[in-house]
Write a protein that binds this ligand. Structure first.
Ligand code: LRH
Ligand code: MN
Ligand code: MN
Length: 429
């Protein structure tokens, strides 16, 4: 398997850090064993954990006002795959890529070969009916799968079926559908009629889903529609998954809720009723900010993973969530941000595995609110960095991915081949 960053650079950087890491790992191991936890078990689980990179995340994003291009930005999906390969080489936490069509449209055979060179696979395919493609006949200005005109709905269905077809060739096993459909003014659309049209169109997509595929629908409260949105929250999303059938699941993008909404509880509900499909991890202060995972509220990320770890440990039926990042980077190097985001997601997972679940259940039954919450805090306060770093080292990655990346000078190197571009896909969404 090919790697992009020279192995010598990674091993030199690792050598300088290995002794300290081993000491830190041993000290943490001792601490955890006093708590009845075998550090190597946690290490094994962390090593097996992966989160997909969104192809659109490796380009520099933008806001609704401007986009400031970065140096050496990927020119096309093949450059993007190379950037994803760098992220995987150094973190060993991101073995797959999630594609967005038509942004990433290319010969599927070439795409497959490009990913296989670096041992990458393809996670969920994403369709796009929230913007108009260049050679598209009918516009999505007034909606897509819920559009009043049957011909527009048909075009949107066909696009989703094409995404499935491309994904089949690539070995993907899921389609994620997010639509921007909704309204900007009271009275603009009839809520019930628009939702019925959407459900009918989704049923057509569902009918074209291979048996071993899953269909993820992603809810989002607002934007681009600012008065009402067709798939606005997890309740609507749950209805969709229920109506469509057993291959349909809900996707939770952490940035798609009202401020202060209890997302971990939504996650719990979806798990309990077998409809949690997966995640788009990111963080936010205000809305769909698409900031790096864990950069604003790492405790919330931990609480989400507390629900996931609970389901994993208790063997919840049909529990197999897809982990994906969905972020936009405006002021950082996207590769660095994505590497650190993947590590943050892993960190939340590792910390959640440390929760003393028997003690927690006892405190809950005894109505001991203080000790129950302290049980979660004890896990969250544990610095699991030595486990994460050891997982990377043992899997052939970098103890400090950002340091190794900077040492390799990757961005400066690709800047020669990749001229600056004025704009790119995946700006403000
Ligand atoms: C919408 C969204 C959705 C899109 C992506 C680019 O805000 O989260 O997942 O596919 O952004
Ligand atoms: Mn998303
Ligand atoms: Mn979003």
């Amino acid at each position: 398997m090919e790697t992009i960053i020279e192995a010598d650079i990674v091993s030199q950087d690792n050598e300088a850090r290995e002794k300290a890491l081993k000491a830190d790992y041993a000290a943490l191991g001792e601490q955890l064993s006093r708590r009845g936890i075998a550090i190597d078990d946690i290490l094994a689980r962390v090593r097996a954990f992966g989160v997909a990179i969104p192809s659109w995340g490796v380009g520099t994003g933008g806001t609704r006002f401007a986009r400031f291009p970065g140096v050496g930005e990927p020119r096309d999906i093949f450059d993007k795959i190379e950037d994803c390969a760098v992220i995987q080489q150094l973190t060993r936490a991101t073995p797959s890529v999630s594609l967005h069509i038509p942004w990433d449209k290319a010969d599927p055979k070439r795409l497959k070969q490009a990913a296989a060179r670096f041992g990458l696979s393809f996670d969920a395919m994403n369709s796009n009916t929230f913007s108009d493609a260049q050679d598209q006949k009918l516009s999505y200005k007034y909606g897509s799968l819920s559009h009043a005109d049957a011909a527009v709905r048909r075009q949107a269905v066909e696009h989703n079926l094409e995404c499935i077809e491309i994904g089949r060739t690539l070995g993907s096993k899921a389609l994620t559908v997010w639509i921007g459909d909704g309204s900007n003014f009271p009275g603009q659309v009839n809520f019930a009629r628009a939702f019925s049209r959407y459900l009918d169109a989704m049923a057509d997509i569902y009918a074209g889903l291979p048996d071993d595929w899953r269909l993820f629908t992603e809810h989002k409260m607002y934007e681009p529609a600012f008065y009402s949105t067709v798939v606005q929250d997890w309740g609507t999303n749950y209805i969709i998954a229920k109506e469509l059938g057993p291959k349909a699941f809900c996707l939770v993008d952490l940035g798609h809720h009202a401020p202060n909404v209890n997302i971990e509880m939504i996650v719990s509900r979806l798990i309990q009723f077998g409809k949690l499909g997966g995640f788009h991890f990111n963080d936010s202060k205000y809305g769909d900010d698409d900031l790096d995972a864990g950069s604003i509220d790492p405790y919330r990320l931990f609480l989400v993973f507390n629900e996931l770890a609970d389901a994993e440990i208790s063997g919840a039926k049909g529990f197999e969530p897809a982990h994906m990042l969905d972020q936009s980077h405006n002021v950082t190097d996207p590769i660095e941000s994505l590497m650190l985001s993947a590590v943050e997601v892993q960190r939340a997972y590792a910390q959640a595995l440390l929760v003393d679940r028997d003690a927690l259940a006892t405190f809950q039954d005894d109505n001991d609110a203080l000790m129950a919450t302290q049980t979660l805090k004890a896990a969250y306060r544990t610095d699991v960095e030595p486990i994460l770093a050891m997982a990377r080292l043992e899997s052939g990655g970098a103890i400090d991915p950002v340091a190794a990346y900077r040492r390799a000078g990757y961005r400066q190197k690709v800047a020669h081949d990749r001229p600056a571009v004025a704009s790119g896909g995946g700006g403000i969404v």
